[in-house]
Design a protein around this ligand. Structure first.
Ligand code: PTJ
Length: 265
């Protein structure tokens, strides 16, 4: 099947290109069909949030950068969608923070998919990728997401889990990890369970975290710690929901009739 030509002038050019790329990567076996559904859900929330990083998400991304800088064993967990959408951003982040371990973790795990995800990351420039041949299991999880590397997620103190499912986020918290999620849905169980939920689109979030790391990496730990402590999870989630509500209220307000006085605000 050949991909359709998408004119650059199309108002949704970027979104259509991303979809076409994901569809191709599904045909190659990197992304699972369920990943396309997950992407559609993410897009819907991005629409509701205005398709840009909100000030609250930017603050959470700065805090995430601070947590990663302070962590002893920071790990970034990568699934099929993350590798397909953001391999370059993952590579850039691992360059900015060489201590960051990148680990493949799949819900729909097969040895072939684990290898494809690891290959995509290596091709993008990630020097070392764990999780292809997992060596341990996370307690209290029945799914294949429980498979982890003993030198990666199992010993991590801080774990970034983009596009995660709620069960594993919960299991990671139970295992004593500090969990940073990236999920456009503020209502998802993952966002609700993470100690630091980032409600933003994946590539935007990873770029902002990267910039935060570059900006703060020579700071005193106490100053970095102040940034890390500056964000409360419940406030991140309620501010995202308030933003959606205010935006919808504004958009749903009836157009003023010609000749009628304009509404204030
Ligand atoms: O590659 P695998 O086998 O590990 O499977 C990956 C998927 C994504 C299929 C699996 O983790 C899954 O089913 O995820 P969920 O439970 O659908 O959750 C994905 C969440 O990510 C949803 O809440 C979406 O709103 C959100 N999401 C999707 N795309 C983006 C996103 N959030 C931020 N940026 C995106 N680009």
């Amino acid at each position: 099947m050949t991909a359709p030509t998408i004119p650059r002038s199309h108002p949704r050019y970027r979104s259509l290109m991303v979809r076409s790329d994901l569809a191709e990567k599904m045909a190659e076996g990197l992304v699972v069909p369920e990943g396309l559904m997950a992407h559609g859900r993410g897009e819907a929330f991005d629409y509701l949030l205005g398709e840009k990083t909100t000030p609250e998400a930017a603050k959470a991304e700065r805090a995430a950068a601070a947590h990663l800088l302070l962590a002893r064993h920071p790990v970034l967990s990568v699934n099929g969608n993350v590798a397909a959408l953001a391999a370059a951003e993952v590579a850039s982040l691992s360059k900015s923070l060489p201590r960051l371990t990148v680990e493949v973790n799949l819900f729909h795990r097969t040895p072939d998919r684990a290898r494809r995800v690891a290959d995509a990351l290596r091709q993008a420039g990630v020097p070392t990728v764990l999780g292809e041949h997992p060596t341990a299991r996370l307690r209290g999880l029945a799914s294949d997401r429980a498979w982890v590397d003993a030198h990666g997620i199992l010993r991590a103190d801080v774990v970034v889990v983009p596009l995660e499912d709620g069960d594993r986020a919960e299991a990671l918290v139970r295992a004593g990890k500090f969990v940073i999620s990236v999920d456009l849905n503020p209502l998802s169980r993952t966002s609700q369970k993470a100690q630091l939920p980032i409600v933003d689109e994946l590539t935007r979030a990873l770029r902002h975290i990267d910039l935060g790391i570059l900006r703060m990496r020579r700071w005193e730990p106490s100053r970095i710690s102040t940034v890390a402590q500056s964000v409360e999870a419940p406030e991140v989630l309620s501010s995202a929901l308030r933003r959606i509500r205010v935006r919808l209220d504004r958009l749903a307000a009836p157009e003023p009739r010609r000749g009628s006085p304009r509404r204030a605000g």
